[in-house]
Ligand binder design. Structure first.
Ligand SMILES: Cc1cc2nc3c(=O)[nH]c(=O)nc-3n(C[C@H](O)[C@H](O)[C@H](O)COP(=O)(O)O)c2cc1C
Length: 192
């Protein structure tokens, strides 16, 4: 087998990982919609029980300011038909525009926090920030890390955990994952 080539660990490297971009809704009273929405793909499960989620967010994002000041957010899985909204929310800043109003995205009240959820999202987590790691200041890193408790989890009635087609990104391209290759923890035993 050919030897592996070394590459610089940077933005291009991180974008060659397979990432699952999510829509992060934060409360923003300056907009008519009352919210800001940003696309965040650096999302990590920190703990299953208690359920905890982490987000890596650049300090330049308006979402960074809103996560810091409001201390809460909803994490919305985008349905495949939300691709345009997903890309728009990741390309324009809430500092200039009210993205929810421009995109006419329907919002619904959350159960456990005061930040709304996206009505069309198949799966939503309601989260409260418990700690932020300011890597941008302490290590001159590009992103800070927000750790949050998941206070509530909700899914659309038609959501099928095992069948939901998911949008992923790799190498700056959006792709749809639809094919099940086998069940985790079982493939090694019976091949699928
Ligand atoms: C597919 C995709 C994934 C993104 N992931 C992140 C991310 O993980 N962290 C981050 O800080 N910005 C990420 N961004 C960029 C922000 O979404 C973008 O800068 C957005 O305009 C920020 O909006 P805001 O200023 O209203 O918060 C991503 C953008 C796209 C298109």
């Amino acid at each position: 087998m050919a030897p592996k080539k070394e590459m610089t660990a940077n933005k291009i490297t991180m974008q060659s990982l397979v990432l699952c971009p999510m829509l992060v809704v934060t409360k923003d009273p300056k907009h008519a919609s009352g919210v800001n929405i940003a696309t965040i793909s650096y999302v990590s499960v920190i703990s299953e029980l208690p359920a905890m989620i982490g987000l890596a967010v650049r300090p330049t994002r308006d979402t960074h300011r809103l996560l810091t000041t409001t201390g809460e957010f909803t994490l919305n899985l985008p349905a495949p038909d939300m691709l345009k909204a997903l890309d728009f929310c990741g390309s324009r800043s809430g500092r200039q525009i009210d993205k929810a109003s421009v995109l006419e995205l329907a919002l619904e009240d959350a159960d456990k926090i005061s930040t709304p959820r996206l009505e069309n999202s198949p799966l939503v987590l309601e989260c409260k920030v418990i700690k932020s790691l300011d890597h941008s200041r302490s290590r001159q890193a590009t992103h800070d890390f927000f750790m949050a408790d998941v206070l509530g989890a909700y899914h659309r009635e038609d959501f099928r955990l095992d069948r939901q087609p998911s949008i992923v990104t790799t190498n700056f391209n959006y792709r749809l994952v639809e094919t099940t290759l086998g069940q985790a923890f079982r493939v090694w035993k019976r091949g699928g």
